[in-house]
Design a protein. Sequence first.
Length: 256
Amino acid sequence: MTAEAPLLALQNVSKSFGGLHVIRDLSFSVARGQTVGLIGPNGAGKTTAFNMVSGVFIPDQGTVSFDGRDITNMASRRRIKLGIARSFQNVRLMQHLTVWENLLVGQHVRAAGLLNLLTPFRLIPNHRWRREVVAALDEMGLGAYADAMVSELPYGIRKRIDLVRATLAGASLLMLDEPAAGLNPVETQALTAHLEALKARGITLLIVEHDMHFVGTICDHVVVLNFGSKIAEGPLSVVQHDSVVRTAYLGAEQAA
Ligand SMILES: Nc1ncnc2c1ncn2[C@@H]1O[C@H](COP(=O)(O)OP(=O)(O)OP(=O)(O)O)[C@@H](O)[C@H]1O
């Protein structure tokens, strides 16, 4: 029996900016349903690797494949349609709109047909899209916020609403850039429960994160980068005892 193909695979990927080699011959894969943390010290190349999966950057060398398909040179928009969703470090919701309006904007843009695009969404309160959006909020215990203005909500709630936005279109891979940054312990716990619910739904997660406690709680597997190269991978509980990792990263943290 052959092992199932990974959902995401980077093979021998390199990227330079000017003369600076930011990613060097990087290979790793993410199995379907797995939660993988991409970790490493500041400037290790985590965000650059992440951006080559979402399509912000194209590698100089190597391939990125998703669901068995070569996406190395594919435009970001097409990657989103294939099921690659992303949440950003700074939540990108419109402050002057309500939660459901924010989520509806995404649905609205996806809708086919000029008439749909020209229909002001505030005029369609019982539209199927609103019902879908409210159901998605309810599923994550956020239904009470549907009519609240985003600007009035605590940061932790906004962050989770952004996750609802990112997964509304049925993503199979969700990429999170420092999801725990700026959250207090209670908010981090709520975020963890939210991500566990997404995992239970079969969504694969790729997470760039500095908070090692959070990584240890949520990730099945970590890939450690240093100076653009992979220096270790495996469960955090194993990797954190690796002497190369300790020197490069965890050692630096422990020394702090
Ligand atoms: N567009 C760019 N042009 C030039 N250099 C860049 C660019 N993007 C990143 N770099 C450089 O590449 C290196 C890796 O940056 P990257 O943001 O990928 O690291 P990181 O591991 O995500 O760091 P952090 O944890 O601090 O966010 C850094 O030296 C950075 O200055």
